[in-house]
Design a protein around this ligand. Structure first.
Ligand SMILES: Nc1nc2c(ncn2[C@@H]2O[C@H](COP(=O)(O)OP(=O)(O)OP(=O)(O)O)[C@@H](O)[C@H]2O)c(=O)[nH]1
Ligand SMILES: [Mg+2]
Ligand SMILES: [Zn+2]
Length: 349
């Protein structure tokens, strides 16, 4: 079992194999040395499953309470010496976070995955273009501080070259890689596995039924993740995966399979929108007005590009919706801070 302090040196190879790095090492210096360090592999109703070693399947895992601790799958945590509860969550270097409820006052965030290096944004190569969802996922992925990668799967079924070309374009304009793969035939999966080299971690994000768990099983070489049929009519999935799960790749990397989330609302946005809509932001530099809204202002470079069909009006509108969502969220957060300050000062009086 790994403890901080001197024993951590002996067990460091275990932790390194789980994705441990120098920043965690530094953070762990201030943790009570009787605590045990591990990585959260699964969460259910107040319980965390924690991996203590990469070599074990499930036998090296412990289950502890995480009441009151803000934990996500992929987090590094310190557990008390009796192995009962999460004492502390180590600072994350990245996290995929969405807004979990729309209630303005009690709005909650949900960390889908933490300490990840890459986010696979998975779409079926077969469907009608769902560029709006890709854009939203890209914003979340860029904001996570991990690197997004677009993965178009089910290519064995695909006869939709235009759909693939359109999604490739989305990847190109924001400078990310795009892989065309099949979870059924294994096409393209060697390249995907490389993202796990050097014990790096990858979160797998996408709508229900796109084939995330199928990819994970194939990459991992097993059947640990349940896979569900899609509905005949609209090809939608049945929400087969119900909780995020950290699983080991044969090359030493880590994959976090996630449930297909219906709603992917923004939580806090950094530069995600700018990165996901890099083409529009770059054009906007040539608009006459610095604060151009690209609506009916004169000499708007974005409108010119739309007229020339270089970008679609739908893409601009999609960006507008995300910007509005971000602004509304910022306003809400300001109100929340004011309310909690007021509560704080009332307590003092
Ligand atoms: N032909 C083909 N079928 C696939 C492929 N990948 C997944 N499927 C099928 O698509 C369906 C959904 O696959 P899942 O892997 O369960 O999808 P998921 O994204 O994990 O879905 P949720 O867990 O509900 O979010 C299953 O019937 C799979 O067999 C593929 O590459 N080719
Ligand atoms: Mg699944
Ligand atoms: Zn403009």
């Amino acid at each position: 079992m790994a403890c901080v302090g001197s024993v951590i040196d002996d067990m460091r190879h275990n932790l390194l194999a789980l994705g441990w790095n120098q920043s965690f090492e530094d953070a762990a210096q201030v943790i009570d040395s009787s605590c045990v360090i591990g990585r959260v592999s699964r969460l259910d109703r107040g319980w965390s499953t924690i991996k203590m070693s990469a070599s074990s399947q499930d036998d090296g895992n412990i289950r502890v309470r995480n009441i009151g601790a803000d934990v996500a799958v992929g987090d590094w945590v310190a557990v008390d010496k009796d192995l009962e509860r999460v004492e502390e969550v180590l600072p994350r270097y990245s996290a995929l976070i969405r807004r979990a409820s729309s209630d303005a006052v009690r709005a909650e965030h949900h960390a889908v995955a933490a300490n990840i290096d890459t986010v696979f944004i998975v779409h079926a190569a077969t469907n009608e273009s769902n560029q709006r969802r890709v854009e939203r996922e890209l914003v979340l992925a860029f904001d996570s501080r991990a690197t997004p990668v677009l993965v178009l799967t089910k290519n064995d079924l695909s006869d939709a070259p235009e759909h693939i070309a359109a999604l490739r374009d989305v990847a190109r304009v924001c400078g990310i890689s795009c892989h065309i793969v099949s979870g059924l035939t294994g096409e393209g999966l060697d390249e995907l596995a490389r993202y796990g080299e050097n014990h790096r971690s990858v979160a797998v994000l996408g709508a229900s039924g796109v084939g995330k768990s199928t990819l994970v099983n194939r990459l991992v070489g097993g059947t640990s993740q349940p896979v569900g049929e899609v509905r005949q009519g609209d090809q939608r999935g049945r929400h087969t995966t119900v909780a995020a799960d950290l699983v080991a790749l044969p090359n030493g990397g880590w994959l976090i399979d996630t449930p297909g989330l219906r709603a992917l609302n923004l939580w806090t946005s950094g530069h995600g929108i700018e990165r996901a809509f890099a083409d529009i932001f770059s054009l906007a530099e040539d608009c006459k007005f610095r604060d151009c809204k690209h609506q009916d202002e004169p000499s708007c470079a974005v409108r010119v590009a739309i007229e020339r069909q270089e970008i679609s009006i739908e893409r601009l509108e999609s960006m507008g919706r995300l910007v509005a969502e971000e602004l509304a969220l910022e306003d809400e957060q300001k109100v929340r801070v004011r309310m909690s300050n007021r509560k704080g000062s009332r307590k003092l009086n």
